[in-house]
Design a protein around this ligand. Sequence first.
Ligand code: UFG
Length: 336
Amino acid sequence: MKKILVTGGLGFIGSHTVVELLNDGYEVVIIDNLSNSKIEVLNNIVEITSKKPDFYQLDLRVKSEIKNFFDNNKVDGIIHFAAFKAVGESVEKPLEYYENNIGSLVYLLQEMRNRNIDNFIFSSSCTVYGQADELPITENAPVKPAESPYGNTKQIGEEIIKEACYANNLNAIALRYFNPIGAHDSIKIGELPLGVPQNLIPFVTQTAAGIREQLSIFGNDYPTADGTAIRDYIHVVDLAKAHIVSLQRLFDKKNKHPFEFFNIGTGTGSSVLEVVKSFEQVTSQKLNYKIVDRRSGDITAAYADTTLANKELNWKAQKTLDQALLSAWLWQQKNI
Ligand code: UFG
């Protein structure tokens, strides 16, 4: 049985991926420092899967802790989620973002090289494309200068991995996520934003739940049909499954290059107003919202061309926006 290290395995995407790995028969060891996650998630993973992954509360910024971990654990592959992810905060605290997102990535890759561990999956983002000139966005779209230190850590992270792959005989896949939303069908795991949510869906569900008074829609003067910005919202379980097939591609040595990257989205763009309307429809909740100014740094539209992922990974998002929104709402109600 193959053993997979999942860093950040108690986070939003990490926990859903751990569930899929366990259900697929992998052994899992999680490293998480609980900086943006809760230990209860571990129990919920056990409830869903009836399997208990190993867990280490470690900080990947501490090189000696990582070394110690690998001295005591043999793994066959790594899925690396652990990172800071708030765009706005990264502008305030760039050095913390570089230390956490880049420092720990380098340490992990060094350990892989030193111990001949292959097979690395990296959490990347469609943010690397900025406002792409053509939609939908293919993997051929150029990487644009990053708009934030957070976005820069994803671009630099990919470059570091690519160079390490070629220099040190490693194989890696970066998954460029579009907008992950939703919760597991069991409604036992989901997104747990700390403080005021920055992302649309948690803000929507918290507003419907009465925790926030009103949703602010950032701008209705974008050059789109209804004036609000367009994104590609993908159910987190579909996204989790993309990690498993990517890992399997590396184990099967089906990758065409030591470093590959794929867009992971649904291929469909939805505007903020469309999301609000769908949410109201599937949940029978009336959402209190107002239109305010654009949020700085936001782009007009981003949605994926998923042809490459469909073909090479034999993967396709299965769940609809409505299913994702409903699961997010059920999860919200459970967590009030
Ligand atoms: N939005 C609102 N009101 C809110 C929150 C968001 O109108 O309260 C709008 C945004 O302006 C945007 C859309 O909803 O048009 C989606 O916003 P999110 O913050 O949920 O997602 P983003 O597309 O801005 O950001 C996501 C990830 C980032 C990543 C980025 C790449 O959260 O990590 O995609 O484009 F960098």
